[in-house]
Write a new protein. Sequence first.
Length: 371
Amino acid sequence: MAPRPARRRVAVIGTGAIVTGSHLSALAAHADRTELVAAVDVDPVRLDAFRAQVPGDIAGYASTGAMLDAVRPDLVLIGTPPALHREQTVAALKAGAWVLCEKPLCLSLAEYDDIAAAEEASGAYASVIFQHRYGSGAAHARALIRSGELGAPLVAHCQTTWHRDAAYYAVPWRGRWATEGGGPTMGHGIHQYDLLLHLLGPWAEIRAMASRLVHDTESEDVSTALVRFGSGALATVVNSVLSPDEVSRIRVDCADATVELTHLYGHRNADWSYTPARHVRPERAAAWGGPAADVPSSHAAQLGAVLDAWDAGTRPPGSGPEARATLEFAAALYKAAFTGRPVRAGEVVAGDPFHSAMHGDHPDWAPEGRA
């Protein structure tokens, strides 16, 4: 029997709510495979409070550079505001650490190119948190759809209709291109359409609209899109922070069945349903069933997948082409919405204004002084 790999030495950057909640829970779920050794936060009071609540005497640092120099962790978990993600991810990669970063991994495809170059130079990997891909329900649905068991995917709907009030946008970095990268297209709906891409595969063409209907922000507070996938399937995508009745939903109508997921911030097996077409025999539909295990979508599920990849010596899920594809979808949605014309996959490349910023320097959307 091969020896069990040593526990990975983990550092966290940022000690706010997402880290104290989801990331600490994930580390606890994998306590036999990870060891928290350090934390970074610019706020010393918050940092001390975090260190007091976690087991052991972990080291505390005011800067990412100081921590990386002193600790040399194996894995870095990043839970800071989006504008800091690229710089912190690249620094961790250069120090030889793997990275698991909150979404978005960075604010543009140009910033992603920096991360890809740092990966190539270091041999380490950076994954973005898209926890809705993980868990037993998503894995089961993807296997059924991709195998053709449900027939060809034909029509899909992806809905993130949430509600955020003025107090939410009073946080200085929210709603600004330079610090958040966009509105609900980047910060909220990205989880659902990432899962849609995971289920259906590459997209081919997108048409879109976006607007600021309520909030006094630089970026949009709602966007809608029509998407043609490489398979020929057509989909709608809605990203909103204006919706009092909050729901997250994906529906895929295949030739032989409808697959539907309805939840809010996370899903279990029971949140998925399969409705067979009239021509499908009952015994065939019964075989679709549900997975024996009920693993919820979570940071813990994704961290487990990253650790499994590390043990196997393979690229972790949620990194490389997978991470880039979702960011490219966001850039293409913004370009389609702001220019009023369809955008094809692969079109947003270096030299395109939407490659360097999600607002594309559009005069109606770029921050003051940019366009």
